[in-house]
Each structure stands twice: as structure tokens, then as C-alpha cells.
Ligand binder design. Structure first.
Ligand SMILES: [Zn+2]
Length: 153
């Protein structure tokens, strides 16, 4: 299949998902060596899960199917430009190529934009709307970081 055919499938998933009222108009397909290894749609409305985005669900499915958290040899086709959460997941999964059709601007125009979150992330931590407050570590002997280092020498 060509780039156009994979993207056509991602957009069809988005269309059908919207028609079925399962979620927002987004679909994603992950391909490895010319084979589709995962598909995802935005399931936010059906599952009441704000993180159930098409790309994220497709990444989870691809990782389960392939038995690895590393998708560096895969390609992602997303109907829309990924939000910051999905983009982070794309980085964590080591995907090297992401293709999208609908732009962040087009998403913004129908009220589904993520520009606000991108702007927030770019701010210093103390200037963000959501307060991230550092507390002292709980005083005990169990240090997960030290344990991690010890176990990964
Ligand atoms: Zn997303």
C-alpha cells in the first residue's frame, strides 16, 4: 500500500468513528514493513477516557502485537496532526516518521485544537495554568531511583 492508501484508511477510520459517535474525528494506522500492525480511533466519548486518542491507542496495540515498546521500525499515519500527549507517546515509542493530513490549524477551526497545551508546555513550570508543586521526598529507606540504578548496572 502507498502513503496515500494508509492515510485514506486513517481518515476513513476517523470518519466512521465520528459517524458512530464513539469519539472525535481522528484515526491512526501503524505500519511495519508494509504491513498494518495496529489501528486506532479516538475513543474518548465511548470510554470516558480523555487519553483514548487514536495515535495513543494505535501505539499501545502495535507494542502489544510486536512485543516491544520500540516502534523505531514502524511508521504512523494519523488523520490529524498529533496533540502534545500523542506526540510525546510518539517520542517514547521511537517512531521516526509520522504522516498526517488534517493540520493543527484545521483542528483548531472546529474546536478540537491543542494549541493551548503546546503553549503551556513551552512555558516555565511556574508560569503554567496547572500548578506542578514539588514536595519533599517521603522520608523512608526506599529510594526507587537508587534501586533502579543498582538493578541496571
Ligand atoms: Zn492525541
Amino acid at each position: 500500500m502507498s502513503h496515500e492508501e494508509y492515510m485514506k484508511l486513517a481518515i476513513e477510520l476517523a470518519y466512521d468513528n465520528t459517524k458512530n459517535k464513539n469519539g472525535k474525528p481522528f484515526g491512526a494506522v501503524i505500519v511495519k514493513d508494509g504491513e498494518i500492525v495496529a489501528k486506532g480511533v479516538n475513543d474518548v466519548l465511548k470510554t470516558h477516557d480523555p487519553t483514548a486518542h487514536a495515535e495513543l491507542l494505535a501505539i499501545r496495540q502495535a507494542c502489544r502485537t510486536l512485543g516491544t515498546p520500540d516502534l523505531s521500525d514502524c511508521e504512523l499515519y494519523a488523520s490529524g496532526e498529533p496533540c502534545p500527549m500523542c506526540l510525546s507517546a510518539i517520542y517514547w515509542a521511537n517512531l521516526k516518521h509520522v504522516y498526517f493530513s488534517y493540520t493543527a490549524q484545521e483542528e483548531e477551526e472546529i474546536g478540537l485544537g491543542t494549541k493551548y497545551v503546546y503553549q503551556e508546555i513551552a512555558l516555565p513550570i511556574e508560569q503554567r495554568d496547572i500548578k506542578l508543586i514539588k514536595l519533599d521526598k517521603y522520608p523512608n529507606e526506599k529510594n526507587p531511583f537508587a534501586l533502579w540504578e543498582e538493578k541496571n548496572k
